[in-house]
Write a new protein. Structure first.
Length: 243
């Protein structure tokens, strides 16, 4: 395996490792994002076993000991499996997460105490600004959170919009909606709750121009249209499940 580095928005870099054995034969990408700023931030740590590959790729963008913030959407191995490895190589870094994530898991799991964020709180990274949103159970996990990088209008959207394969470029203007729904059919990853569609429409109100997707290509274009279309599809599934 190898980890590719591509800039998907100004100063935001996608680290992508393609694993053909996952969702074979199409395979699956595992993506992390580096927000390059005075106080650099890593969005998603990656699995512990991928740490050598991912950290080597990240070092091409930012020296590892310069990372100031480490964060992720929710507590799963591909999101935070290597969290403590990152804390070990970045002595100034703090894990930043919402209250639920900190209180339920991260206070105990992290080798250093995390920074607990309030819903809507902004981290000023120096040249970049990321606003934190609590998104419980969206797309899954009680402690889920997302970030909006305001200077580039990039939504760090985690598993929202994920799709299998490695056929598209690092950032695409092609429609990812059908591919995302096909992925949902395969993995059944989303929590089909009444809050799912309204939360996604709230994110659509940000009108992001880039969606930094954790699995698959990032999307450049009308991010609101993508989020609203996915919200419509998930709302239909919730209704059908209720019926």
């Amino acid at each position: 395996m190898e980890t590719r580095v591509d800039e998907v928005a100004d100063g935001i870099y996608r680290l992508s490792t393609y694993v053909p054995e996952v969702a074979a034969p199409a395979g699956f990408t595992f993506n992390q994002f580096v927000v390059k700023a005075d106080e650099p931030m890593l969005w998603h740590c990656g699995p512990r076993q991928m740490f050598p590959l991912v950290s080597e790729a990240a070092a091409r963008v930012v020296p590892l000991d310069q990372f100031r913030w480490i964060t992720f959407a929710h507590v799963e191995a591909d999101e935070c499996g290597s969290m403590n490895d990152w804390l070990a190589v970045a002595p100034r870094a703090e894990v930043a997460h919402g209250a639920t994530g900190c209180l339920v898991s991260i206070n105990d799991m992290a080798d250093r105490p995390p920074r607990q964020l309030e819903d809507g709180e902004v981290l000023d990274l120096g040249g970049k600004r990321v606003r934190h949103f609590d998104t419980p159970h969206v797309p899954h996990n009680w402690e889920s959170q997302l970030f909006h990088e305001e200077t580039t209008n990039t939504l760090l959207c985690g598993d929202i919009g994920e799709h299998i394969g490695n056929g598209l470029p690092a950032v695409t203007e092609e429609d990812i909606i059908d591919a995302a729904l096909e992925s949902e059919d395969m993995f059944l990853a989303c929590s089909l709750t009444p809050a799912l569609a309204p939360t996604m429409r709230k994110l659509a109100d940000l009108r992001p121009s880039t969606l930094a997707v954790m699995h698959g290509s990032s999307f450049s274009g009308d991010g609101a249209a993508v989020l609203n279309s996915l919200a419509d599809a998930y709302e239909k599934r919730v209704a059908e499940a209720g019926a």
